[in-house]
Design a protein around this ligand. Sequence first.
Ligand SMILES: NC(=O)c1ccc[n+]([C@@H]2O[C@H](COP(=O)([O-])OP(=O)(O)OC[C@H]3O[C@@H](n4cnc5c(N)ncnc54)[C@H](OP(=O)(O)O)[C@@H]3O)[C@@H](O)[C@H]2O)c1
Length: 410
Amino acid sequence: MTNKTANDTTDDATNRTTGGTATRATGGTAARTTDGTASRATGGTADDAAIRTTGGTADGTASRTTDGTTTRTTGGTTTRTTDGTADGTTSRATGGTAGGAAIRTTDGTAGDAAIRTTGDARGYATSDAVSGTTSGTVTVLVTGATGRVGSRVAEAARVAGHEVRAAARSGPVLFDWNDPATWADALRGADAAFLAHQPDVGAPGAAEAVGAFARRAGELGVRHLVLLSARGEHQALATEDALAGAGVRWTVVRAAWFAQNFSEGPMADGMRERGGLVFPSGEVLEPFIDVRDIADVVLAVLGAGERYAGRVLEVSGGRLLSFRDAVAEISGAGGREFTYAPVSAVEYGAVLREIGTPEGEVEFLIDLFETNLDGRNAYVSDGVREVLGRGPREFVDFVHEAVAAGTWKQ
Ligand SMILES: NC(=O)c1ccc[n+]([C@@H]2O[C@H](COP(=O)([O-])OP(=O)(O)OC[C@H]3O[C@@H](n4cnc5c(N)ncnc54)[C@H](OP(=O)(O)O)[C@@H]3O)[C@@H](O)[C@H]2O)c1
C-alpha cells in the first residue's frame, strides 16, 4: 500500500489529502507557520503547492491579515477565512481546486482543533469538518449497525451528539454490500461513514465493493470514510487500497481480534452450544481488543478532521493472550467452565459448513485462519493510546462485565 503510515507517533501530526492520494506533514517540522498561536495553510492548487504565511507577511503567493480574531489568506486558487472564536478552534474554508484545499488551525495548546476541508471539485464549499469536538452535529452513516462494532460506533456517535444513520439489511436505513442499488439512499445526506464490510474486509469482492461504494460516497458529498480492517490480514490490503484510491478523505482502523468474539456472534454461539471453544487458533498469542475501544477510536478520528486522513491506525488490546488463556479467564471469572479444543483450519471448515456457512465463505475463512492465526499478529499496537490518549480497555474487565450480564449462562 502507498501513502499509509501506521506508526506516526507525533502528538501534532497532520495529514493532507490531495485528490485522492495522501501525504503527511508533521506539525512542528513541516509546513507550519506561527502567528502567536499556530496555523497552517495548504494551497489547494493542482500541483499541491503549499502557501505559507508567517505573522501576517506574505511569501509571494499568499497574504494574510490578522486582527486578533480574523485571519484571511488569499493565494493562488484558494481563499481561506478563519473565524477566530474564543478558543480559536473554529475555521472555515472555501474555494480551492480539484486537488482539494486543506486548512488547519490550532489554538496552540490543545494540539487538536477543528479542521475543515472544503472547496474541491466535488462541491464541499463552505462545509465543515466532520468534527465532533467543535462543530456540532454531523450525520454519520454506520454500516453493520446491528453488529459488534457498528452498534458501538452508532452508540458512541449518538452520545457525541451526532445524527446516526444505522444501516443494515433490515431496519430504517437499508443497506446491502451486495446490492449497490441500496447505497445511494443510505449515503445521501451523510457527512461521514463507517464501513464494516461483510462478511469480511478481505472477502472476495470486498475491494471492488468498498472502492465503488467510496466513489459513490464522494459523489454524494460524504467527506470522511473510516474503514474497519484487520491486522495482519493480507487479504484485506486490496480493500484498503480501493478505499484509498476513491478520492475521498479516508482512514483505516486495523483492528486486532475482538474480545467480543467470545461473547457475541458465531464463535460465542459455538461456545455456548458445545461448552467449549473449537477454533483453529492453536496456542497463538493475540491482543484482543474491546470493540468499544474501536468505536471510540472511530469517533475520535471523525472528530479530528484531517488529522488522521490517509492513515492506517492499528489498534489492539494491551495484553497478549492465547485463545486458551482467554477461555480460561472466562471460566475463572465464574460465568461457566469452558474447554478449549484447537483444531486445524480445514477441520474448522467442516464446523462452518455444519452451521450453514456458504461454501465460498468457508474456503475464504480457511485461508484467512491459516494465515491470520499463524503468529504474525502476536504483538501489541498502540493506536488506541495514540488516538485516545489512554490505554485500551482490559480483557479481564470485558470478561467480568460479560459474566455480570449473564453472557455465558447455559
Ligand atoms: N471479528 C474480528 O475479530 C475482526 C477483527 C478485525 C476486523 N474485523 C472486521 O469486522 C467486520 C465485521 O464487523 P462486526 O464483527 O462488527 O460484524 P458482525 O457483528 O458480524 O455484524 C455484521 C453486521 O453487518 C450487517 N450485514 C451482514 N451482511 C451484510 C451485507 N451483505 N450488507 C450489509 N450489511 C450486512 C449485519 O446486519 P444484518 O444481518 O441485519 O444486515 C450486522 O449489522 C468485518 O469486515 C471483519 O473483517 C473483524
